[in-house]
Design a protein around this ligand. Structure first.
Ligand SMILES: Cc1ncc(COP(=O)(O)O)c(C=O)c1O
Length: 350
C-alpha cells in the first residue's frame, strides 16, 4: 500500500533481506558465513570486566581502546581507523558520506546485495558491472562515468570467494575518479589483503569485520582503515555512540588474541579444502575460495530443490539466484562434523 509519508525512493525499494536466522538450535547453520567455533576466551573476560565497571556512562565515541590496539597490529596510527556497529554500519557511513541523490555508486555483480540497497536509500543510482566468467573484473569496472562517487569491491568476493590481486586494485584506484572501498569482511581467510594500498593511495579504503574470522557476528563490530583526511570526514556521518561499551571491550580483547585467530583460521582453511574437494566429487563446479564459504553451482542439476531438501533435514545453506548470471549453493565452512553431515545428505540427493 502506498503511504503518503515516505520518500519515494523508500517506497520504491524492497529493503535488504538478511540471510535466514532461525531462532532454534535445531539447524546446522551454514548460510551466513559465521564462524562455527566460539570466540577467544579473552572476549568473555573483557565483557565481564566491562560489566563490573558498569554501563552508566556513555562509551568512548571513537572506540579509542580498539582503535589503539588495532593500529598497533596493523602498523598505522589510530587516526587511520574508524569503528562501526558491524561493517554494515561502516558501509552505510561511507555511502552516506560520499554518494548523494542522483549520483552513482558502482559494484561488481554478483556480489554483496546490501551495496545496492545502500544506493537506493540515498536515492542514488547503482551501476552493476558483471564479473567476467573467471571472476576477474571487466574493463568497464575501471572506467570513469559521470557522477560516479564510490566503488565497492568485496575482496574476497561473496558469493564466489574469489579475489582480485592488490596490484590490480591499485591500478584500478588510480584510474577511477572516486574512492574505492575494498570490503575485506573475509580477508583473514585469504593470503593477501589491500591494507598497504591504503598507505599508497588516499582513494583506497579497506573495511573489516569481527563477525567472521573472530567469531563475533552476534556482537556487531567492524572498522574501516583509510587515510586520516578521509576518516575525519567519515566520522562526521556516524552516530555519536555507534559502538557500545561491551562491544568495544570485547572487540579489543578479540583482536588482542592473534594466537586464537591463527588456530581457528587453520582449522577453517583445512575444512575448506575438504569441502571443495567433496563438492566437486558430487559434480558441483565449486569455485576455489579464499573465504570461509564456497560457491557451488551445478552444471546439470537444479540446485534449489537441494537447498530445500537440506533445509527439511535441518541443514541450512544459502541458495542464491542471480538473474542473468545463474544460481548456486553458498555453503559456509562449518566444523568438520557439520560439513560431514551436509556432504552425507547431499550424497543421497545428487
Ligand atoms: C561482503 C560482506 N561485507 C560485509 C558484511 C557485513 O558484515 P558485518 O556487518 O557482520 O560486519 C558481510 C556479511 O555477510 C559480507 O558478506
Amino acid at each position: 500500500m502506498l503511504m503518503p509519508y515516505f520518500r519515494p525512493e523508500i517506497e520504491a525499494m524492497a529493503g535488504y533481506v538478511p540471510g535466514e536466522q532461525p531462532q532454534t538450535d535445531r539447524f546446522i547453520k551454514l548460510n551466513t558465513n559465521e564462524n562455527p567455533y566460539p570466540a577467544s576466551p579473552a572476549v568473555a573476560e573483557a565483557v565481564a570486566e566491562a560489566l563490573r565497571r558498569g554501563l552508566q556512562k556513555y562509551p568512548d565515541p571513537m572506540a579509542g581502546p580498539f582503535r589503539r590496539r588495532a593500529a598497533e597490529l596493523l602498523g598505522v596510527e589510530p587516526d587511520w581507523i574508524l569503528c562501526g556497529n558491524g561493517s554494515d554500519d561502516i558501509l552505510t557511513i561511507v555511502t552516506r558520506a560520499l554518494v548523494g541523490q542522483g549520483q552513482r555508486l558502482r559494484l561488481p555483480y554478483p556480489s554483496y546485495v546490501l551495496y545496492k540497497t545502500l544506493a537506493q536509500l540515498q536515492g542514488a543510482e547503482s551501476e552493476e558491472v558483471p564479473f567476467q566468467a573467471d571472476w576477474s573484473l571487466a574493463e568497464a569496472f575501471a572506467q570513469a562515468s559521470d557522477d560516479l562517487r564510490l566503488v565497492f569491491l568485496p575482496n574476497p568476493n561473496s558469493p564466489s570467494g574469489t579475489m582480485i590481486a592488490p596490484e590490480t586494485i591499485l591500478a584500478l584506484a588510480e584510474r577511477l575518479p572516486c574512492p574505492i572501498l575494498v570490503d575485506e569482511a573475509y580477508a583473514d581467510f585469504a593470503e593477501t589483503n589491500c591494507l598497504d594500498l591504503v598507505r599508497q593511495c588516499e582513494k583506497v579504503m579497506v573495511s573489516r569485520t569481527l563477525s567472521k574470522s573472530y567469531a563475533l557476528a552476534g556482537l556487531r563490530f567492524g572498522y574501516i582503515v583509510a587515510q586520516p583526511s578521509m576518516i575525519e570526514q567519515l566520522a562526521k556521518v556516524k552516530d555519536s555512540y555507534n559502538c557500545d561499551a561491551l562491544s568495544i571491550a570485547a572487540a579489543t580483547a578479540a583482536i588482542g588474541d592473534q594466537a586464537w585467530l591463527a588456530g581457528t583460521r587453520a582449522k577453517i582453511l583445512a575444512t575448506r579444502v575438504r569441502l571443495t574437494r567433496e563438492m566437486r566429487n558430487l559434480g558441483f563446479v565449486t569455485v576455489d575460495s579464499h573465504a570461509n564459504f564456497t560457491w557451488n553451482p551445478h552444471p546439470d542439476l537444479p540446485v534449489k530443490p537441494l537447498y530445500e531438501q537440506l533445509k527439511r533435514e535441518g541443514i541450512l545453506v544459502r541458495y542464491m539466484d542471480y538473474p542473468g548470471w545463474g544460481d548456486g549453493l553458498r555453503i559456509s565452512v562449518g566444523t568438520d562434523e557439520e560439513i560431514d553431515v551436509c556432504l552425507q545428505r547431499l550424497r543421497g540427493m545428487v
